[in-house]
Design a protein around this ligand. Sequence first.
Ligand code: PMP
Length: 351
Amino acid sequence: MSKFWSPIVTALEPYVAGEQPAIANLVKLNTNENPWGPSPKVLEAIHAATNDDLRRYPDPSARALKEAIARYHGVASEQVFVGNGSDEVLAFIFASLLKHDAPLLYPDITYSFYPTYSRLFDIETRSIPLDADYRIRPEDYNAPCGAIILPNPNAPTGVGLPLGDIERLATAHSDQVVAVDEAYVDFGGETAIPLIADHENVIVIRTFSKSRSLAGLRVGYAIAQRPLIEALERMKDSFNSYPLDRIAQVAAVASIEDDAWFTAHRDELIENRRQLTEELENRGFVVLPSQANFVFARKPGFEGKELAAALRQRAVLVRHFNKPRITDFLRISIGTQAECRRLIEAMDDIL
Ligand code: PMP
């Protein structure tokens, strides 16, 4: 550890991203990527933008992309903030939070970047345990707080919270930011975007990484009323005034405009999730009800770590967690039908 940097940096335990190994014939169900490639229109847009113009800086305001996102969600483009993946959007949100005399609340268990950003930006936090069914209980968030952040559906459980609950939280904490991370909402969750019109404290974070198959391009965004967004823009401009590269901007526009591709692949994924849940349950797994593009499942009597290792030996990659209460769970991203079948065959070989 270097003595030259700040104590916060010296003590940082960074977030560890899921593995991206180069293993031949691998069934990769460990990082919630979409099993299908992006819309062909995205590839055309990338091709068309790959030219001499790359010598020029990208549009620092990402105007065309913000307008496309705004049109899609029925909001004004000044209500849209874009960044390099929703992780970066979340980083700007954490960096902008006021230093309150009350903690930031988030669920325990949840997306592990929240504790990381909290440490990085020196934000006091309190994590609120999930209930016995691994659900977020809104009534547990009644304590005074500086802000609230939660994924909906939650990660890594996949369990969703109804819109009415989010609305009650937003109303009860009208003087605090309520940030809803909707990375997985397209797979069956209820979006909080309609709340934004009446709630100046609500900010919704979205990504192109999951339902739009663009994890490799790094495009995320947030929607809120103008004052919240305007502050994030100033934060971003103080850090790097070019939010997204030229290719990512045009590709994301093509993606959000291709509704036919989006709907067809979302529906197929939801059907695969239904089938995989059934197959796992038939084999004695407990599978939490998922509204996401993954399932969170455990087989009583089996350790998640051991199951994951046995699957890996059979070239099937899933994620397991070492955190208390969830050590026996596997998080399995939903793949194509063929990939789900390979997972089940490997499971049958192991069990
Ligand atoms: N939020 C949640 C809850 C996630 O699981 C992820 C994916 N790891 C992200 C945000 C970040 O996604 P991205 O940066 O690819 O947009």
